[in-house]
Design a protein around this ligand. Sequence first.
Ligand SMILES: *Cc1c(COP(=O)(O)O)cnc(C)c1O
Length: 540
Amino acid sequence: MSKAEVSLEHLVRVFTKPEREDSKLAEMEKHLSDNVSDFLSQHVVTKKMSLEQIERNFADAHVPETPEFVSSHTEVLMDKLVSNSVNTYSPTFIGHMTSALPYFHLSLAKLLVGLNQNLVKIETSKAFTPLERQVLGMMHNLVFDRDAAFYDKYLHSAEYALGAFCSGGTVANMTALWVARNVMLGPQPGFTGVARAGLAAAYRHYGVNDVALLSSRRGHYSLSKAVDLLGIGREQMLTIDCPTQRLSPQKALQLAKDYQARGNKILALVGIAGTTETGHVDPLDELADVAQEIGCWFHVDAAWGGATLFSNKYKGILKGIERADSVTLDAHKQMYVPMGAGMTLFKDPNHANAVRHHAQYILRTGSKDLGATTLEGSRNGMAMMVYASLHILGRQGYELLIDQSIEKAQRFAQMIDAHPDFELITAPTLSLLTYRVNPESVQQRMAKQADNHQAYNAQLDKLTVNVQKAQREAGKSFVSRTRLQCETYQQQTITVFRVVIANPLTTEQDLENILQEQHQLAAKTRVWKDLVAGNLPLTA
Ligand SMILES: *Cc1c(COP(=O)(O)O)cnc(C)c1O
């Protein structure tokens, strides 16, 4: 390996723009983007390389003593990193919410890194700060649909914030619940508020035993991280069973009333607009009524499903979201923006002030610094990627993307339904569905032997796991798997394949092929043969 010299001169060169257009760096740049493009245009998801093998490439825990030439280091990156990455652009990669991006992001990313702005503070992000505020305003408008006077007043106001931009849905949920906590246990005459006095003093002042968060079992695990971090405690995360995959407003109301009757308070009721596991949308309008009746904050986690609001045809599924106090959105999911773009939006722009912080050297009172009301400190200008996408695709472009995903998922559901050896477990509300492989003869036997469902399901779980792993290892395609409580099987929890349709390049033929591949993999397994032969172990 060629080593570069250790000299200040060399280092200065590293920081300096090359003089000639045809410089080595320019060549390398082309080489790099060609390499990435080649990688992304392969039809495979991953190379057949075990994680252990890859770990051997990253085994040395020493900081390299001497510098290396950029060009030679780049080769190392291509070889060790790029070639063994997961091709999330592959049309047969349909297992996660991470998918292909429009190619223009590759070029725009240069602006982001090139300018290296820091959004914490207007002194380091003069044009990016107004841009980020505008993006928050556009998304606020999409969700809450307020009038022009409202946005004129709040969009660029130093005293208010329509939301907070952050790295993703997790931080967005935390920010929303942080605000909810500080509003609920806020300052009163004789009490400085939870932000200053702390949680113990707040409970004493407000005379509560405990404070809880209420959501369905399908709530994202970031909610339980949030209650942990906010000091409320994971035991106060009240989750409600939902065999239909949607939170029942009646159950939520009942549980909240019982909880309050024991001298406790509900911090927030969380409605989910697109659950991570099945893509279901809670009945948001009715949940808004429940929150109103309990007198608590209403948060909607629309990290994944929020982009449905771009579609005039399907946005009705999210009806009631406009009644939320706060809403989480992830632009790096169905808005096709690179990883690291989340938002929380506040219906009332004054609410962000519940977490406002000032620091003399950096976040001075009256400044428009976004860092005063965000959980994170230094932040890059990812909002630019959202801004660019919103313009380059437009609402109508997004509408097309959303509609085609949902409709493709519906057709995939029909294919699964029509196949004798597959079983659709949850039909798509949006573009997410779950299913499993289940031989026709076994399905017929199960229909007659309800007592035996548990034993059959235990075997079918194994089958699903085997197939999902074998498919992943083969590297041609990828679906994920999860465990779900299932209405059709007396609320038993079963293992299912989980599919997220997002890549516009995924064709129906790709989906057919995936079913075929899974079928072949399944039919080869021991479990399949035992199931079909009717050999059911009695251990389950
Ligand atoms: C993805 C997701 C999150 C978490 O978002 P990150 O960007 O991964 O931090 C939270 N809630 C829901 C419903 C999600 O789909």
